[in-house]
Design a protein around this ligand. Structure first.
Ligand SMILES: [Zn+2]
Length: 458
């Protein structure tokens, strides 16, 4: 079995792997490169393989940096099935539909062709095959996969691929569990080779228990100052977790009643997927739902689906809370709110997710006090606060813990991907020193025949 690294190598976005066995070729994830000035070029580059020769694709979860090039794969000849959990299929289609619309608007503005069309997105609709966690399925001749819950977003999976008498385990994106809605990240107990993400390979997050305290403090501050709390949020998972937490603070009367806006059509659609798949939530959340709680509907919370409703938020007196996408602030409705409120001293911008290099969110996170939004120069007077406790990604101790889960058959080699260079290298070194497994950080386009990957002497 041979694996080729086709994205998210020494960077966080663009996840894509080609797995070639004696009898088949399979792609695992096919994500968009995001942020940075070369992202567009990289997305337009041909795949380092022929999509028409690929038999099947596995999708670990619905984030755009894992799904965004699936329509391009189809456009260039791929006609196999897409294998994932059911929520991943539904959430992926929501993401892809939303993004293609934005991509086309962008392409028109710059008078260049879009990477793919709405039709190419729609042609994926009938090709999804859903698969349950823990059930092995043959997805191409001689290629067997088993998904386990990665605890990252609804339906997210780590994947065990068995073929040619070898096993490769892909972490996918691992969650920062325990979290309010999802089940904890599940271990995989056997693999010859492991491919693991390293988004936060050199960081230790604040404990999850801090989340309520941070939210509560920020809310009381804007209540006191009659300000606005801006929460740029990823549409899937982070938003629903925020709603869960705000609902909890609200019903336990830890915060006063104030207007809360979910200003993201994509997040609103994703929230519906959560409602339809409560069996994917953890036991506590399921029990609460069975006892009649509705985390996604409570007094003060308004979903603003249409653009006209979104514009009216500006007229609502402060204090107020606005949750809007995109999570990295490089597009979406959050930009309008940032333009309106970043210049005000009584605004709090709470950054709760990973901000890729080159994104507006990264600039603000790094302390830039002057930014450009819609061509307008804005001096930042708002309080900008970042908090790792809300992260959807495992930190260093959680990544190590997952690697230590291979109790039945520990891997002989680890490949570290999906992390900026410093993070990936530092985690790879830690894998050798702390876990005692040989490790490396592959480059884009590198291929490894795993039959020839032996136990090196550490
Ligand atoms: Zn992800």
């Amino acid at each position: 079995m041979k694996i080729t690294f086709c994205g998210a190598n020494r960077e966080v976005t663009g996840s894509c792997y080609l797995i070639k066995t004696e009898h088949a070729s399979v792609v695992l994830d096919c994500g968009m490169f995001q942020g940075g000035k070369y992202a567009e070029d990289k997305n337009e580059m041909p795949f380092p393989f022929d999509p028409a020769q690929v038999d099947a694709a596995i999708v670990t979860h619905a984030h755009f940096d894992h799904t965004g090039r699936l329509p391009k794969l189809h456009k260039e000849g791929f006609r196999g099935k897409l294998w994932s959990t059911k929520p991943t299929a539904e959430l992926s289609m929501i993401t892809l539909r939303d993004s293609v619309r934005l991509m086309q608007e962008e392409a028109e503005r710059h008078q260049r062709p879009a990477l793919y069309s709405q039709e190419e997105v729609e042609s994926l609709e009938g090709t999804w095959q859903s698969i349950e966690y823990g059930t092995e399925r043959e997805i191409a001749p001689g290629v067997f996969i088993t998904l386990s819950d990665a605890g990252h977003i609804l339906g997210s999976a780590s994947v065990k691929v068995r073929a040619d008498n070898q096993v490769i385990a892909f972490s996918g994106d691992l969650g920062n569990t325990p979290v309010p809605l999802l089940r904890n990240t599940q271990a995989i107990d056997e693999a010859d080779i492991v491919v693991i993400e390293s988004t936060y390979g050199n960081r230790v997050h604040e404990p999850g228990s801090h989340r309520y305290a941070i939210l509560k403090e920020a809310i009381w501050e804007i209540v006191k100052n009659k300000g606005v709390l801006l929460l740029p949020s990823f549409a899937m998972e982070r938003t629903q977790e925020l709603l869960y937490e705000l609902h909890h603070l609200h019903v336990t009367k830890q915060i006063p009643r104030l207007p809360i806006f979910l200003d993201s059509p994509m997040a609103i659609a994703a929230t519906d997927v959560f409602r339809h798949h409560i069996d994917f939530l953890n036991t506590e959340a399921q029990n609460e739902i069975h006892n009649g709680e509705d985390f996604f509907r409570f007094s003060g919370l308004t979903f603003t689906e249409h653009g006209s409703e979104s514009k009216q938020i500006l007229d609502v007196p402060t204090p107020k809370i606005i949750i809007a996408g995109s999570g990295m602030m490089n597009g979406g409705r959050i930009l309008h709110h940032l333009r309106n409120y970043l210049g005000k001293r009584n605004t709090i911008l709470l950054i709760i997710g990973f901000q890729v290099e080159g994104s507006l969110g990264r600039h603000l996170h790094d302390g830039d006090r002057r930014v450009h939004i819609f061509g307008q120069e804005i001096d930042v007077h708002a309080k900008v606060q970042s908090c790792g406790a809300f992260s959807g990604h495992a930190d260093y101790p959680r990544l190590v813990h997952w690697l230590q889960g291979f109790q039945h058959h520990p891997p002989r080699r680890v490949f570290v991907t999906h992390g900026e260079l410093n993070s990936a290298l530092s985690f790879s070194q830690a894998v050798e020193e702390q876990v005692g497994i040989a490790s490396g950080v592959p480059e884009y386009g590198e291929s490894v025949d795993i039959a020839y990957v032996n136990h090196p002497n550490l």
